[in-house]
Design a protein. Structure first.
Length: 274
């Protein structure tokens, strides 16, 4: 199949959904000697949104990477029949719309949510607990609901194909469980884990559906600032919207590029060792 069609379907897909929108954005953003970038960089809301977006990506990426790695490790240890069911269950959150996920978290952790009322019954202040889900950290927690399965399913092959003989040899030579793990397994899986963390962090920084339904105008992040302040019914600064879109794209590309560099460095190191 690959020999018959070559790589042109992939190039066509990239051209339609990446190159063409980018070609349309760049002239708009650079109109009037690039004054749109000056307006964007001179806006205090933009810098606050950029900071919150980076914090959101860090929180969602770190939480998803840690929990997803543990789940991937457990998947690799399970027998085939149970693993198949667990992987099916893990894939369910990926099928849900971001709006559905947001409403689910509001019903569970919102000001009148089930978990909030349960904690209030135990003595917590529902006003404080109920506001947490609408913060940057709370939004990162909601994003982790569907980013954790993505990390777990992508890292499962890494743990399933992991050579455990160095770990067993280290344990035989007297190393503790943690020392053997840190010296043999961790260097092997760390680049893949960090790469997955960078990928889901970039996804969290560029997603707006869940954030729009969950926080609306209460949270200042780049996707919402772009949507609500630039291209909504009350906004008409299309040059500023194009400039902000390019900035958001560059931030996401840099984050994903870091993960790609880590993976390539590990592959080159492994190739040199062999």
């Amino acid at each position: 199949m690959m020999k018959r069609y070559g790589a042109w379907p992939a190039w066509l897909f990239m051209g339609l959904f990446f190159v063409a929108p980018l070609v349309a954005l760049v002239p708009e953003a650079l109109a009037d000697q690039g004054s749109a970038f000056g307006r964007v960089f001179g806006d205090r809301l933009f810098w606050g949104a950029l900071r919150n977006t980076l914090v959101l990506g860090l929180c969602a990426g770190a939480l998803s990477a840690v929990v997803g790695t543990v789940l991937a490790l457990e998947l690799a240890r399970q027998p085939e029949g149970r693993r198949r069911w667990l992987m099916t269950l893990l894939g369910l959150p990926l099928a849900f719309s971001g709006l559905v996920i947001a409403y689910g978290f509001i019903l569970a952790f919102g000001r009148a949510g089930f978990v909030t009322q349960l904690l209030a019954f135990l003595g917590a202040d529902p006003a404080v607990v109920g506001n947490w889900i609408y913060s940057v950290v709370g939004l990162g927690f909601a994003y982790a609901y569907y980013l954790v399965p993505r990390v777990a399913l992508s890292l499962y092959p890494v743990f399933a194909n992991l050579d455990t003989r160095p770990l067993q040899a280290a344990r035989t030579l007297g190393a503790t469980r943690w020392r053997a793990f840190a010296g043999t397994v961790l260097p092997e899986v760390a680049p893949s884990v960090l790469s997955s963390a960078c990928l889901v962090a970039a996804l969290a920084m560029g997603t707006y559906g869940t954030a729009l339904a969950l926080a609306g105008t209460q949270l200042n992040i780049l996707p919402l600032l772009l949507l609500l302040a630039k291209v909504s019914d009350g906004g008409s600064d299309f040059a500023g919207a194009a400039a902000m879109s390019l900035v958001l794209m560059v931030v996401c590309v840099i984050v994903m590029g870091i993960g790609d560099v880590l993976t390539r460095r590990r592959e080159s190191t492994a190739g040199a060792e062999h």
